[in-house]
Design a protein around this ligand. Structure first.
Ligand SMILES: C[S@@+](CC[C@H](N)C(=O)[O-])C[C@H]1O[C@@H](n2cnc3c(N)ncnc32)[C@H](O)[C@@H]1O
Length: 296
């Protein structure tokens, strides 16, 4: 199969997922079909599932081009592009280290996130976590490159993304090589902000740099094992609220890697929930604020 056939097959798989992320987003289907994902993926990437030897395999485009292209268009599997902030390199081959620090998110999650973000042409958009530049290219395709700012904390990763974006022969977005936790005030206010790195706490700078009625989409760490994709509407005065729309799994924003107590981050504790079970199934609900609490 050539790349176009892979892209079509991958889009068909994504179409089978509940949520129908391409439905009522014709621009997204068109962008997915016309922006080459392969163009942005490094020639050597790690597969994020251990092989029989217990190591994460390195997939090398030169040695096995078909396997590499299959991996690029695997709907459900991200590809790891950096480990331990670059301390483990492709020259090390397969690795036992699972300290993944940069990746290209799997195609299904990229599409799911852009569906929820729903950027409109000409809107001012901020992306946190440039990574390979693939998501930035899709965003630029939609809003126009001059309306997009993308931030990457890792200089080598940003440099590679810049080259990949420039090589497409279309205008490139603004790439800021600095800590995205501070946002990018120089081009605020933003209509939409998307983070492709997970936060424990929504950075105040993101809230402050949004327009009233703007959209923030970001993975947020939760006490439940998965991260949650938060879709928030901003009031333009430093506040935002909204829903947790999906369970996802993302690498942490570098500046928020150190775990903090869930209670300090606004999450309820397990004793704040009650479980009911019966022949019809079970349900878990948050207890009302006035219900008495077990203390043990
Ligand atoms: C899942 S990857 C991004 C995938 C990317 N959007 C793509 O299309 O390939 C997350 C990226 O966030 C970057 N990152 C982590 N912490 C950051 C921070 N504080 N500011 C900016 N970028 C950060 C990482 O270096 C990594 O490249």
């Amino acid at each position: 199969m050539d790349e176009q056939q892979h892209a079509t097959a991958c889009a068909r798989i994504i179409d089978t997922y509940r949520g129908g992320y391409f439905n009522d987003r014709a621009w997204l289907r068109e962008a997915f079909g016309s922006v080459s994902r392969a163009h942005f993926v490094p020639d050597q990437v790690w597969w994020p599932q251990r092989g029989e030897d217990g190591l994460y395999p390195l997939i090398d485009r030169t040695l096995d081009p078909e396997r590499w292209l299959d991996a690029v268009y695997s709907a459900r599997t991200p590809l790891i592009t950096q480990i331990e902030d670059g301390a483990v390199t492709p020259a090390d081959g397969a690795t036992a280290s699972n300290a993944f620090t940069s990746s290209i998110s799997c195609a299904a999650v990229v599409v799911q996130m852009l569906h929820h973000l729903d950027p409109q042409p000409g809107e001012n958009v901020l992306e946190i976590g440039t990574g390979t530049g693939y998501n930035a290219a899709l965003l630029a395709h939609r809003v126009g490159a001059r309306h997009l700012t993308t931030m990457e904390i890792d200089p080598a990763t940003a440099d590679r993304a810049r080259r990949a974006l420039h090589a497409r022969g279309v205008p490139s977005p603004t790439i800021a090589v600095t800590d995205g936790e501070s946002g990018y005030a120089a081009r605020a206010p933003y209509d939409r902000l998307i983070s492709t790195a997970c936060v424990q706490q929504i950075p105040p700078a993101w809230l402050e740099q949004m327009r009233p009625g703007g959209t923030i989409l970001t993975p947020v760490a939760t006490p439940f094992g998965d991260d949650a994709l938060a879709l928030l509407t901003t009031d333009g005065h430093g506040h935002a609220s909204g829903r947790l729309v999906a369970a996802v799994s993302f690498m942490r924003l570098r500046s928020q890697r150190e775990p903090r107590p869930w209670r300090d981050l606004g999450w309820p504790r397990l004793p704040d929930y009650e479980l009911t079970a019966g022949p019809d199934g079970q349900s878990v609900r948050q207890r009302s604020a006035c219900a008495p609490r077990e203390t043990s």
